[in-house]
Design a protein around this ligand. Sequence first.
Ligand code: PDD
Length: 284
Amino acid sequence: MSRIVYVNGDYVPEEEARVSVFDRGFLFADAVYEVTTVLGGKLVDFPGHMARLARSLDELDMAHPADDATLLGIHHEMVARNGLTEGLIYLQVTRGAADRDFLYPEAAEPTLVLFTQEKPLVDTPAARAGISVITLPDRRWARRDIKTVQLLYPSMAKMAAKRAGAGDAWMVEDGKVTEGTSNNAWIVTRDGRLVTRDLSPAILAGITRAAVMRYAREAQMTVEERAFTPEEAREAAEAFVTSASTFVLPVVAIDGATLGDGRPGPVAQRLRALYIEESRKAAL
Ligand code: PDD
């Protein structure tokens, strides 16, 4: 069945959706994006995603295509028109279409595109069994705090992980894990502390990361924001990743080293349940 896609003010069947070949998103990856979870037909962490979108746009001197209330209305309309109960809404803003030139065009209208992806997120084989990860050098650009569509290196890294029989890759820079290819990386130390890298241009400030950190602290868990090495991760009691599309996803092996008994650990499972429960309550 054809989806209804949003393009610059219009809701159209996906076959009819069009963007210019001169769009700077296409020519220069001059575009930013957000992925918002839909659970029970409602939006999870929506204000956080819109705040990060605004920041990404500002960092690139890009025009805002609409205010938050309008964007909320468009998201709700996409949920309704596509009958979406569980899945994702992808939103992309580009600087717009202009004759090819490295310099930003003076007058281009931003392009705004949204589409939905229906998929089970709560009950998945990966969540039940956990995933294994490999480590790879982080070869992305140095402004990973901006959520741009420059995703070729993460695609290459995910392909390398797949070829190695792993579920994902954790990227390493200067001897420390930065993050997963499309998620934030966490470990649980043997004395029960949660560790995830501190925010900087080296990583994306995950909206799920922030929510999980808040819920963990409310549940009296200790969270340390600092970088860790692949060696420390391999020695950890547990590990997991967080993102809008995976929530809290247990990691059960790192570079072939099994964590614990090789099954999702109690802390990751508890945080996953907590995150899903709280997200359902707060969803818009
Ligand atoms: N990725 N780090 C990177 C590099 C990411 O691409 C993502 C999200 C995250 C987690 O951010 P959040 O919790 O706000 O989803 C961290 C999305 C899901 C994607 O590209 O599909």
